[in-house]
Write a protein that binds this ligand. Structure first.
Ligand code: GLY
Length: 336
């Protein structure tokens, strides 16, 4: 067993954090809630705050951890002003909205997922149905849609006028990246069990059939009931090649705090990736003790933390603050 002390002593992140002189300041340090303050809900982006609050209300009304994940993410999926999740999502290159989502339950280590789902507005709820009523983990494309329809999910026209207009603009230039702000939402329940979900319309104007990290267990989301949970937002291609959410949970297992684990996953990716630190990847994590943290490339990103009596949008650790630079193919703290 590697202790946290040993982990940090050997970690390039420890050097980077020390070099940045910010080891003891928020948001670098992972934050935590007292055990009485449960459920703890953490999600990506400011639009995670109303999702968290719905998840909290769901638990307060007697709902389960899975109910909380589905109800919370459902808020973002139903928000037509959200152009990167659910019904308001931007379409693919052919003008078709294809949604990805997954869900995990700590107890039983269960998972469900849907990819490239068309014509269904709440993919995370379909992912839950896959988990709970099939022997499978993942359904994709036409099969996922058929399954959803057979299980009573209504077919809807996912193309909003706004998304269609943006697609037509993009068609004219084939230029620009309007972003890909996935919701990942993690829940630590009062009984100590962990749950999580992830939902996105994926990269705008993607090739038809392109699937990102969000529905891939271990990439866009991972929950281990012994350790913690992690979720991702950003460019899926740069998350899924590194199994980043799984990596973050495993780093926590070996002693890292959630914030350290998120930052270490980014640094490890940047050390190997041809793009180096110039990636667009962002992570949130919570552990079994109720600590949470987040880190993102560049200026970082905003994420939402909610528990009884508290609901805020916070800045993540920004990797640009760490003053790391490539030295001989490795990232090192510059110390200035
Ligand atoms: N992270 C969402 C995507 O790249 O599809």
């Amino acid at each position: 067993m590697i202790t946290r002390r040993h982990f940090l002593a050997r970690s390039p992140l420890a050097l980077a954090l020390a070099g940045a002189g910010c080891q003891r300041e928020q948001p670098t340090e992972s934050m935590s809630t007292p055990t009485s303050q449960r459920p703890l809900i953490v999600s990506t982006w400011p639009f995670g705050k109303p999702a968290n609050e719905q998840a909290l209300a769901t638990v307060r009304a007697g709902g389960s951890g899975l109910d909380a994940v589905v109800a919370g993410i459902g808020v973002a999926e139903a928000d037509l002003s959200n152009s990167s999740v659910g019904a308001g999502g931007l379409p693919n290159a052919e003008g078709v909205v294809q949604l990805d989502a997954c869900i995990m339950a700590g107890p039983g280590h269960r998972a469900g997922s849907v990819a490239a789902l068309e014509g269904i507005g709440h993919p995370v709820a379909v992912a839950r149905k896959v988990m709970e009523s099939t022997p499978h983990v993942m359904l994709a494309g036409a099969g996922a849609k058929k399954f959803a329809l057979e299980n009573g999910f209504p077919e809807v026209d996912l193309r909003t006028p706004e998304a269609t207009a943006k697609w037509r603009e993009w068609q004219a230039t084939r230029d620009g990246d309007p972003g890909h702000d996935t919701i990942a939402l993690l829940v630590l329940m009062p009984d100590g069990n962990l749950y999580g979900g992830c939902s996105t319309s994926g990269l705008a104007f993607k090739l038809p059939g392109r699937v990102g990290d969000s529905p891939i267990i271990g990439s866009g989301l991972y929950v281990d009931n012994e350790v913690g949970a992690a979720g991702a937002t950003g460019l899926g291609e740069n998350v899924m090649r590194y199994c980043a959410s799984f990596l973050i949970v495993e780093l926590m297992r070996r002693g890292a705090t959630p914030g350290e684990a998120c930052a270490e996953a980014i640094l490890r990716t940047a050390r190997q990736d041809p793009k180096g630190i110039d990636l667009s990847i962002n992570f949130i994590a919570i552990d079994k003790q109720g600590r949470w943290g987040a880190a993102g490339t560049g200026k970082g990103f905003a994420y939402a933390v909610t528990y009884p009596g508290y609901s805020e949008v916070l800045p993540s650790l920004a990797l640009s603050d760490l003053k790391v630079k490539a030295v001989g193919g490795h990232l090192e703290a510059t110390g200035d």
